[in-house]
Design a protein around this ligand. Structure first.
Ligand SMILES: NC(=O)c1ccc[n+]([C@@H]2O[C@H](COP(=O)([O-])OP(=O)(O)OC[C@H]3O[C@@H](n4cnc5c(N)ncnc54)[C@H](OP(=O)(O)O)[C@@H]3O)[C@@H](O)[C@H]2O)c1
Length: 309
């Protein structure tokens, strides 16, 4: 199942996110994922594993398992490369062993001090907060992203972690409209107005952290996992599915693309097996009532500055 982006290209509705995937595990995970049926991979320069993803993709293509055009690859521009968009994109392409990207996203709406292409550091100033680059505006960054499309390096461009107002601004200054806004959203953080705003303006919403980060975000950020929610557990029992599958299915039924990460083979299978059932309207409503406006991923932990404040 795929969604047609405003660029005219199709993006599979379920993808595999590769953040916090160990480089050594990537080869087997990616090859297994392709065998299971994954056709969409969500990467980023910041995940420090583009090289391993590229090696695995090369193997997948050479083995004849799938062709390049059958796979949708997203990667992201890191904050410290806003002033160096073309070089950063070419660096990611080189590591991923690709000659074009399906989707390139501005990872966060913030430019930080440049520390060398692909270094993806988050330089902290003497004051203990992120060293923000005040010379590069988001508009300048976006126009450089647009150039990537005319250069044929990227098929679609988009944004990530943009709120309504930043998205509105991007729509106002863009010649090429953002195809995607990738944001944290899950049952505890539904962001209905942002999702509706994006859809209204033809921007596809990709749900990052679609499982609420589960155990990983509990470990990293101390967050509560929606996978432990008793109401969701009840719905899972009713449909004879796992809570993860219910949460992903809910994401799909609200027309968001979901990119769960897992390093476990059984869960790779499980997370893609969400097209053989449908949540009834009353259960969609029940899940809607669980919203807590609860963000689990808090980059402020590393940056000393709250991007969302
Ligand atoms: N644009 C951004 O700023 C941004 C930010 C965050 C994430 N992302 C993207 O979104 C992707 C997903 O986000 P995420 O990894 O933070 O969170 P997530 O996918 O919501 O949750 C991942 C966690 O859930 C566990 N898990 C996976 N499938 C499960 C299942 N069926 N049942 C129970 N637990 C399950 C994983 O553990 P195991 O691996 O042990 O299965 C891991 O602990 C990332 O990989 C990345 O590509 C983007």
């Amino acid at each position: 199942m795929a969604i047609t982006l405003n660029s005219g290209f199709e993006m599979p509705i379920v993808g595999l996110g590769v953040w916090r995937m160990e480089g050594k595990d990537i080869r087997n995970l990616l090859i297994n994922a392709v065998k299971i049926g994954y056709r969409h991979f969500d990467c980023a320069a910041d995940y420090q594993n583009e090289r391993e993803v590229g090696e695995a993709l090369t193997e997948v293509f050479q083995s004849g398992l799938v062709k390049r055009e059958d796979i949708f690859i997203t990667t992201k521009l890191w904050n410290s490369d806003h002033g160096h968009v073309v070089e950063a994109c070419k660096n990611s392409l080189r590591k991923l062993c690709l000659d074009y990207l399906d989707l390139y996203l501005v990872h966060f709406p913030i430019a930080t001090r440049h520390t060398g292409i692909g270094t993806t550091s988050s330089a902290i100033g003497e004051d203990g907060i992120l060293d923000i680059d005040t010379t590069v505006s988001l508009e300048t960054t976006w126009h450089a992203m647009e150039d990537l499309v005319s250069m044929g390096l990227v098929r679609s461009i988009g944004i990530s972690n943009y709120d309504i107002f930043l998205t509105r601004d991007c729509l106002a200054y863009s010649k090429v409209k953002p195809a995607v806004n990738q944001i944290e959203t899950h049952p505890y953080f539904q962001r209905e107005s942002l999702v509706k705003f994006c859809h209204k303006h033809g921007i596809c919403v990709t749900a990052h952290t679609p499982l609420g980060g589960a155990v990983a975000n509990t470990e990293w950020f101390g967050s509560v996992s929606c996978l432990d929610d008793s109401v969701l557990k009840g719905i899972a029992e009713k449909y004879k599915k796992t809570v993860g599958q219910i949460v992903l299915r809910w994401g799909i039924q609200r027309n968001t693309v979901v990119i769960p990460k897992t390093s476990k083979l059984e869960r790779l299978r499980q997370n893609l097996k969400v097209f053989d059932f449908e949540l009834a309207k009353e259960d969609m409503e029940l899940i809607k009532s669980l919203d807590r406006n609860y963000r689990t991923n808090q980059p402020a932990k590393f940056w000393g500055v709250d991007l969302y404040a």
